[in-house]
Structures are given as C-alpha cells and as structure tokens.
Design a protein around this ligand. Structure first.
Ligand SMILES: *[C@@H]1O[C@H](CO)[C@@H](O)[C@H](O)[C@H]1NC(C)=O
Ligand SMILES: *[C@@H]1O[C@H](CO)[C@@H](O)[C@H](O)[C@H]1NC(C)=O
Ligand SMILES: *[C@@H]1O[C@H](CO)[C@@H](O)[C@H](O)[C@H]1NC(C)=O
Ligand SMILES: *[C@@H]1O[C@H](CO)[C@@H](O)[C@H](O)[C@H]1NC(C)=O
Ligand SMILES: *[C@@H]1O[C@H](CO)[C@@H](O)[C@H](O)[C@H]1NC(C)=O
Length: 202
C-alpha cells in the first residue's frame, strides 16, 4: 500500500515541531504529570514518558494533542527504522558468496513491511490533522485512525518473521531490538488514540 499524502501531513508535522520548539508557555509540572498519568494506561509507560515528556507544553493536558504527538513520534521512529533496514539490506553484497541470503532477504522484507507501517502511521496523522473538517463524525475518523495504527502495529510485528530461519547473530539481534523499540512507541500511540477516542462522543 503506497499512500501519497505529503502536503497535509507535512503541515501536521511542522505544526507539531513548531509548537514543540516555540511552545505557548513553559511546561508546568501539571503538564508533565498529565503525560505521566496518561502514559500509565499504555503498555510501555516508561518509553511513553521518555518519548513524550518533552512535548508537555505542546500537549497542555489535551488528550487529542497527546495522541497526535505520539503518532508523530511513532512515525519518526518507524520511518527511521525502515530507512535503516533498507540501507542494511542494500549493503549486503550480492556477489559475496558467504553472505547469508536468508538474512538479506529477511532484512529486505522487514524493511518493506516497516515501510507499510510508515504509510499507515502517516495516514493516521493526516486523519488526526483533519478531525472535524471532513463532514464525517469525529468518532468515525478516530475509528479510521485506530484501524490504521493497529495495521501499522501488525506490520511491525511481522517485520521479524523472516528471521525465524536465520541463525542468531549481531544482525538479527540488532533488527529485533530496533523492531521492538518501534513496536513500543506505536503501541503507545495506539493506546493514546484509544484513550482520546473514549473521551469523544460526537
Ligand atoms: C528532551 O529535551 C532535552 C533537552 O532539550 C534533550 O536533551 C533530550 O534529548 C530530549 N529528549 C527527547 C526524547 O527528545
Ligand atoms: C522519512 O525518511 C525519509 C528519508 O530520510 C525522509 O526524506 C522523509 O522526509 C521521512 N518522512 C517522514 C514522514 O519523516
Ligand atoms: C548505510 O550503511 C552504510 C554502511 O553500513 C553506512 O556507511 C551509511 O552511513 C548508511 N547510510 C544511511 C543513510 O544510514
Ligand atoms: C561477505 O559477507 C560476510 C557475511 O556477511 C562478511 O563477514 C564478509 O566480510 C563479506 N566479505 C566481503 C569481501 O565483503
Ligand atoms: C545462514 O542462515 C542459515 C539459516 O539459519 C544458517 O544455517 C547458516 O549457518 C547461515 N550462514 C551463515 C554464513 O551465517
């Protein structure tokens, strides 16, 4: 699935980044507590707080903004990881007879499904950005976001499948570690979207 939605999403990204760098006021400890409390409802609360606490002044105790920032963070992580794996798989030399073909094929597949996850997370961010602007109900739009974030999580989970037949080693360890980290931020973003959706009645 290749989704093309650069403009709106770039607007979303720059809004998050601008809000984060200029911040309408200094973060207060209440803002920070809000993030900590919200993170308690996620599966990886420590990762959640570590990745989102810098945005407390942007979030300002708003569950919708928190979900949006979490999606932005998940997107950055997934995109970076997809690029990284793609580069790793390119660097396996096709003429090198001792190169493990299973391993490089697994890397390539992993990079592809991670790329699909990136598209789905990007689409989620776009939908968040236009909540209430499409004529559809916000609840319906949020259900789309939930669907895409769940799909992204599933794609990330399948990323390591191709490594089942690959011998243990540095590459495999590195891939599993990186995938696990992306799964954490994506799972957290989905949990925060779910939490936000619970507050929306319209
Ligand atoms: C949070 O901000 C501090 C200070 O600007 C920075 O050193 C740190 O790397 C940031 N953490 C994250 C996860 O972005
Ligand atoms: C993903 O990474 C590519 C390559 O570094 C970059 O050009 C692109 O802007 C990134 N996209 C997002 C949404 O971060
Ligand atoms: C790709 O991998 C090579 C070799 O491992 C490395 O030198 C290079 O910096 C990497 N490029 C990117 C964009 O990660
Ligand atoms: C060939 O691949 C193996 C396994 O990845 C690696 O250890 C070795 O350095 C490579 N040889 C060359 C000449 O690139
Ligand atoms: C390549 O992977 C297979 C399957 O795990 C393994 O049996 C074999 O030892 C590996 N070869 C190298 C050169 O690492």
């Amino acid at each position: 699935m290749a989704l093309q939605l650069p403009t709106i999403f770039l607007t979303f990204l720059s809004t998050v980044v601008i809000l984060a760098s200029t911040t309408a006021g200094q973060p207060t400890s209440d803002d920070s507590d809000y993030i900590r409390t919200s993170c308690q409802t996620t599966r990886y609360p420590e990762t959640c707080f570590a990745t989102l606490s810098n945005y407390s002044a942007t979030v300002q105790r708003d569950p919708g903004r928190l979900a949006m920032v979490a999606i932005h963070i998940a997107l950055q992580h997934a995109n970076h990881t997809a690029n990284y794996f793609s580069n790793m798989s390119r660097n396996t030399d096709p003429d090198n007879k001792t190169d493990n073909k299973t391993e490089s094929a697994a890397l390539r597949d992993c990079s592809e499904v991670m790329g699909d996850a990136v598209d789905e997370i990007r689409e989620s961010g776009k939908e968040m950005r236009r909540l209430g602007w499409t004529g559809e109900s916000v609840r319906f739009q949020l259900s789309n976001v939930q669907t895409w974030m769940s799909a992204a999580l599933t794609n990330e989970d399948t990323c390591t499948d191709g490594f089942e037949g690959v011998a243990d080693g540095d590459v495999k360890d590195e891939v599993f570690g990186r995938v696990a980290a992306v799964v954490e931020v994506t799972s957290n973003a989905l949990a925060l979207v779910n939490r936000y959706a619970d507050t929306v009645t319209g």
